[in-house]
Design a protein around this ligand. Sequence first.
Ligand code: SAM
Length: 258
Amino acid sequence: METAQHPEPPRVPDDWFVGFHTGLVARFWRAAGATMADRDAAIVASLLDLPAGASVIDVPCADGRIALRLAAAGFAVTGIEIAAEEVEHARALAATAGLDATFLTGDLRDLPDTGAVDALVCWGNSFGYLPHADTVRSLAGMHRQLRPGGRLVLESMTVAESMLTGTIAPHSQIEFGGIVMRRTNRYNAAESRLETEYVFSDESGAVERSHAAHHVYTAAEVARLLTHAGFTELRLLGEDGVEPYALGASRLIVVATA
Ligand SMILES: C[S@@+](CC[C@H](N)C(=O)[O-])C[C@H]1O[C@@H](n2cnc3c(N)ncnc32)[C@H](O)[C@@H]1O
């Protein structure tokens, strides 16, 4: 008897994030990110625990939703982001708001040398985008960008104790800013990689397809990677940046010292 064949979708490329954050994808995440921006920026600012004027890198900064709020709070902010469209958008928002912030096009895999800063923020579930060797290189780059004693604040929602304790829906749909995102998820256990196919559509009938892969690490693996990169005094916190990180928390926030 013949059985129906369901061919595996092609592997999501390792560099899926190059050219990803544009068009409907960028518009969707700007709208989604805006709903959480004030709370996220307040948590980041409290974890930075630095006086106004301190220098802060926000990478990746997307449209600058965190960077601009930190600039408004008096920090000297440099946002770094791979998507040129987002860098332009963040610069325009800064100009409109009369904020003094610098936005640069750059890659987590090879961070531009901005001179040593007091703190570096990596927020918005961006840890885990890169293949393992690039993650190692990226964390070393973050450590290099910090002055001795400088502070790292890193957040991830795809840490194993957060993501794998819930259900990964094979299909889901969500709407922000009039843009509908349809997701098809597949967990590649052999590579601990959540692979997602996306279809974005808006009211005008525009449709865009893309894909992403998030590499899943346990909290202990994240801590080992940070220690290997040279970070010390690691604090692993949960959703609100106050309570210790625990099994099933919706996200991991790490505060560490360079
Ligand atoms: C979900 S957003 C989060 C951004 C921001 N931290 C926030 O909280 O709003 C992810 C961003 O990471 C950027 N990105 C992805 N891969 C990158 C890389 N290798 N280097 C720099 N930016 C990258 C994307 O273009 C996108 O703007």
